[in-house]
Design a protein around this ligand. Structure first.
Ligand code: XMP
Length: 327
């Protein structure tokens, strides 16, 4: 049986050697738990589910069925990277679900942030359940639950199950191979499993994705402006050596326009807001002191490369009084 509770004297996994020892232990546990049965996993491309996928692929190969749901709210290049890394390089049994229209149709006209979150969460479970029902002989559900999730759910802070809430006919036995690890340990294990750095060290990304950064009612054109500006911000931060140093950075596009000038004519276009913050636990946050020259470079790129955007602003607000996300 897999260990369900982190042993009190467990050494923190900080080196490749310790990661290898953990991996060997897990491979044996997974094989013992699963046997020749099939396991289902919702693979988002986030650190936790990616590490779980890589471990399970090593342990049971194509007995693992990964489902990657593209809800249209992922960052630029993410669905492609999931397919490249897991299907092409690791030979995973991966089902890619293009659910973009399904999500965006459900979200059309919805302004309230919490309603948007609920729709995205519920729709995700429905899409995943639809895929699960098409499959035969699934016995287990793998999840990227980590130790802080267990602690927080025990303390009543949040419910932890990523794919929890699946309907009754889809109650599978759980496989949670990183359950006793802290986040930094998951990264060390991911690195030892050969996952790419930008997957292992990626910044936190909310479950509702870009959906809560395209403020108010989501429209496809504004969502595209969020995705493109975010890609530029990440590219420029990486080039300036800030990747991995700043805790979280992203862009926001509000649902109003302002007057500007483009090609000698009046233009009514959206602003893009940049946010870059540092924190230990996301309860409070400070604003990154981004060099002014870099801000100007990012502004020039966004206003010339992103369709429909004529202004760029930098959010100087710490948490509190602001939250990290805008909605
Ligand atoms: P706030 O905006 O509350 O964000 O200061 C704190 C951290 O939580 C992330 N965040 C979310 N993560 N689902 C998530 O999985 C959400 O609905 C959500 N809202 C905020 C945010 O990105 C930051 O890292």
């Amino acid at each position: 049986m897999p260990i369900l509770t982190r042993p009190e004297n467990m050494q923190r996994i900080t080196s490749p050697e310790l990661a290898e020892a953990f991996i060997e232990e897990q491979l044996a546990d997974i094989k013992a738990q699963v046997g020749d049965k099939k396991v289902l996993l919702a693979l988002s491309g986030g650190v936790d589910s990616s590490v779980v996928a890589a471990l399970l692929i090593r342990a049971i190969g194509r007995q693992l069925v990964c489902v990657h749901v593209n809800h249209g709210l992922l960052r630029k290049g993410e669905p492609e990277q999931v397919i490249r890394v897991f299907k092409d390089e690791l030979g995973a049994n991966l089902i890619y679900v293009d659910a973009v229209d399904r999500f965006l149709d459900k979200l059309a006209g919805v302004c309230d942030p919490e309603t948007k979150r609920k729709i995205i969460g519920n729709e995700f479970i429905e899409v995943f359940a639809d895929e699960a029902r098409k499959l035969e002989d699934i016995s287990f559900l793998a999840q990227g639950t980590i130790w802080p999730d267990i602690l927080e759910s025990e303390a009543g802070i949040k419910a932890h199950h990523n794919a929890g809430g699946l309907p009754e006919d889809l109650k599978f036995e759980l496989v949670e191979p990183v359950r006793i690890l802290f986040k930094d340990e998951v990264r060390v294990v991911g690195k030892a499993l050969g996952l790419p750095d930008n997957m292992v060290y990626r910044q936190p990304f909310p479950g509702p994705g870009l959906g809560v950064r395209c403020l108010g009612a989501i429209t496809r054109d504004r969502l595209e402006a969020v995705r493109e500006s975010d890609a530029i911000l990440r590219e420029e931060f990486a080039a300036a050596g800030l990747q991995g140093k700043v805790w979280q950075y992203f862009t926001i596009v509000p649902d109003f326009k302002s007057v500007g000038i483009r090609d000698g004519r009046r233009s009514d276009e959206w602003p893009v807001i940049l946010r870059a913050v540092n924190t230990r636990d996301a309860m409070t946050a400070t604003v990154e002191d981004v060099p002014f020259a870099l801000l100007k470079k990012i502004t020039a790129r966004i206003t010339s490369e992103v369709k429909g955007v004529n202004r760029v602003l930098y959010d100087l607000t710490p948490k509190p009084t602001g939250t990290i996300e805008w909605e």
